[in-house]
Design a protein around this ligand. Structure first.
Ligand code: ADP
Ligand code: MG
Length: 699
């Protein structure tokens, strides 16, 4: 070839990636070097924005956004409803000549006062100080949301009360990230790491969802109102054939996925994998992992974007944890790890004794953290929707155990036995001397039944519901691991001060942890009855419902933990308990109300209509002198089930009257049992609701 340099080909994706984000590339172009350096430092290390550059940043951000067609800006935040919120302001400002100019000040960038007093605060905001404030989180870049006729600049913010009380899910997340980074930095120092970065946590959330045709959705009051079907007979064929999983993607779904990926890429969200999931009409999307705070924002954005794009394609994206009874529900797998001051993933088993020491330190910190705080982790995934999954044979159980895989378990056992020979493998592991054999990645990822699994270079917390903000689980995870590392570092630092050998001290600390906490390790099938019994023997908590699980948020031990690491004050934590309990009761009561409405106004009328048809048939046939045995038989069954449905409706009404969530649950099941049986008897053209078979197969 004549030319020495081949011209770089820029793909369409490379060109569009991050197009709608005011990220490092856009900033570099738009800002002075001084402002850029200062802002990128803040983005990487956290902390407050230098007020001196705020005006320049605001101006550049506005110019960038306006050039992309933005007319408005909003502070984008994550209130305790678990969704995202935004209040828009336009950039326009009168120019004094009857026209307008586009303006955006540093103050508008940095702080907002959306008031937003209708968001849940769990008693954190008395009415006299009800004002809520938003404040820019510069660690997550501003982005542009494209609408049908315009665009809006969205600025990720925290949302807090007048005295700084966190009213959202981002503020505690940032605090927990800082708490973990502090302990990781300290551990880095202890291990003699020459720091090149500040420590941080990483997250790659895998997101499951259903897509159904909008026409069916609109005929289902239960889906419209509650996000799940409250009635519906399991169809003859659902997921028995296991032919949907990873199957060829239908063209209509492909079109949705293609537009979804492109929209996410423009937003700088590194969407990576897409495939069919286990249930019919169920799918999954997963990004490449990122820094935790950004990954959480991106997951929240992703859930919003999925709903919008589905709508454009005549589909509805269902993010509920259990939209269809009897068919697999949807979860979110929280792939989490930590990067130390050496810029390396400390959950990556290393190839030198030094790296292994860091790996085993991190691993043991997590084992200790999870065992000591299993109930807390369980609480972070508690929701009425997730109650339908956890404990059923499709999602991890409500018992939180840790899966390490056989090889890593063996290593842990060797480490525990120290210099004495381990019975099982005959080997020993000595910190600072030994290298861990390379763990083949697939060997670690076979057990899909474990709620908390080591998968090669990260831990995967699999009990999150599909609908949930990943924030809560990660706030807890960061904090409990920070606490475990804190304790471990304190011990080792004091040993070293007392002239004990570092490796010996570390070895002793790790051995003590394994001895004490190995009860939380479990490599077997988490779905089995035996494990439930075994877990009980081991004293592992098993909270089956949300109210039981949430109790831990009120306990002094939990309050002390979060206060110690400045993640939640007592008031903030108790407010979460109050809000989540309120949410639980509200969801159950609107579900029960909705079930009653559908049963009374849609199902029952169809049933009596069929009764009338059958009764008339019986009479007509008998009047004609023939025997109507078959019609009589069906009429008898329908009448019996109609009575059962009616009893279910009465039970629903009584439970609603009594404001009793547990009774509501039971009554919904009772009414549903009769209705679902009737669905198998009443002629299809009389049945008022689209069936499971239609919704799950016709898209
Ligand atoms: P699967 O679990 O389906 O086999 P992978 O393990 O490849 O798939 O990835 C699942 C998710 O875990 C992806 O989002 C990926 O980016 C993320 N992930 C991989 N490594 C890390 C890490 N070090 N920290 C956090 N997430 C990670
Ligand atoms: Mg996975």
């Amino acid at each position: 070839m004549a030319g020495k340099t081949s011209k770089k080909v820029v793909s369409a994706v490379e060109a569009m990636y991050g197009e709608n984000v005011f990220g490092l590339n856009a900033m570099k172009k738009a800002l002075s070097k001084k402002a850029f350096d200062s802002l990128s430092k803040t983005m990487n290390n956290g902390g407050a924005l230098d007020p001196q550059i705020a005006t320049e940043v605001a101006g550049a951000m506005k110019d960038w956004a306006v050039a992309k067609g933005a007319t408005h800006f909003c502070h984008w935040f994550q209130p305790l409803t678990g969704t995202t919120a935004e209040k828009h302001d336009s950039f326009i400002s009168p120019d004094g000549q009857g026209g307008v100019k586009m303006e955006f000040s540093a103050k508008e960038l940095i702080q907002g006062e959306p008031d937003a007093s209708s968001f849940p605060s769990g008693g954190l905001r008395a009415t006299f100080e009800a004002r809520g404030y938003t404040a820019w989180d510069p660690t997550s870049p501003a982005f542009i949301k494209e609408g049908a006729e315009g665009a809006t600049l969205c600025i990720p913010t925290i949302f807090c009360g007048y005295h700084g009380e966190a009213l959202d899910k981002k503020a505690p997340l940032l605090r927990s990230i800082a708490a973990l980074a502090k302990q990781m930095d300290r551990a880095g120092k202890m291990f003699g790491v020459k720091p090149v970065v500040k420590s941080y946590a990483t997250l790659g959330p895998e997101q499951e969802y259903f897509l159904i045709d909008k026409a069916f959705y609109e005929q289902r009051l239960d889906l419209v109102q509650t996000g799940r079907t409250l009635f519906g007979r399991k169809p003859a064929r659902h997921q028995q054939m296991e032919d949907h999983y990873f199957g060829a993607i239908r063209p209509r779904i492909m079109a949705f996925m293609e537009e979804l990926d492109q929209t996410l890429w423009k937003l700088g969200m590194p969407s990576k994998t897409r495939h069919n999931e286990v249930a019919p009409a169920q799918f999954e999307i997963a990004p490449i992992y990122e820094r935790l705070n950004l990954a959480v924002d991106h997951n929240m954005m992703c859930m919003d974007v999925m709903k919008q794009i589905a709508d454009k394609h005549g589909l509805v994206c269902l993010l509920h944890e259990k939209p269809f009874a009897g068919v697999n529900g949807s979860g979110k797998h929280n792939n989490w790890s930590v990067v130390g001051t050496d810029g390396k993933n400390w959950l990556n088993p290393g190839s030198s004794p030094h790296e292994n020491a860091k790996f085993l330190f991190t691993l043991c910190a997590i084992i200790k953290a999870v065992d000591e705080n299993a109930a807390l982790l369980r609480a972070t995934v508690a929701s009425p929707g997730n109650d339908h999954r956890l404990g059923a044979n499709e999602a991890p159980p409500a018992i939180i155990s840790v899966f390490l895989g056989d090889q890593l378990t063996d290593i842990i056992e060797q480490l525990e036995s120290g210099e004495a020979k381990s019975a099982r493998s005959g080997g020993t592991i000595q910190i600072g001397v030994d290298v861990i054999p390379t763990l083949p990645r697939d060997a670690t990822d076979r057990n899909r039944t474990s709620p908390f699994a080591f998968t090669g270079n990260k831990f995967e917390f699999r009990a999150l519901g599909s609908n949930m903000s990943p924030s809560g689980a990660n706030v807890a995870l960061n904090t409990i691991v920070a606490a475990a590392m804190d304790e471990m570092c304190t011990q080792i630092e004091s040993d070293v001060k007392a002239k004990k050998d570092f490796n010996k001290s570390l070895q002793a600390v790790l051995q003590a942890i394994i001895k004490k906490h190995k009860r939380v390790l479990f490599n077997g099938d988490n779905y089995t009855e035996e494990w439930h019994k075994e877990a009980e023997r081991r004293g592992l908590p098993n909270f089956k419902t949300t109210p039981e699980a949430l109790k831990v948020l009120e306990e002094e031990k939990t309050i002390a933990l979060f206060e110690k690491y400045a993640v939640f004050s007592r008031k903030e934590l108790l407010s979460r308990y109050e809000i989540y309990m309120h949410n639980y009761k509200s969801v159950l009561s609107y579900e029960a109300e909705c079930a009653r409405t559908i049963a009374v106004t849609q199902i029952f009328p169809a049933v009596v209509e069929y009764q009338a048809v059958l009764a008339a048939t019986v009479k007509a046939v008998e009047d004609a002198g023939a025997k109507a045995a078959a019609a009589k038989d069906v009429l008898g069954k329908v009448c019996q089930l109609a009575d059962a449905l009616s009893a279910g409706i009465k039970a629903l009404e009584a439970s609603i009257e009594a404001h009793n969530p547990e009774k509501m649950k039971a009554a919904m099941l009772q009414a549903r049992a009769a209705a679902d049986e009737l669905e198998g008897l009443v002629p299809a053209d009389l049945w008022p609701l689209p069936t499971y078979a239609e919704m799950l197969f016709l898209y």
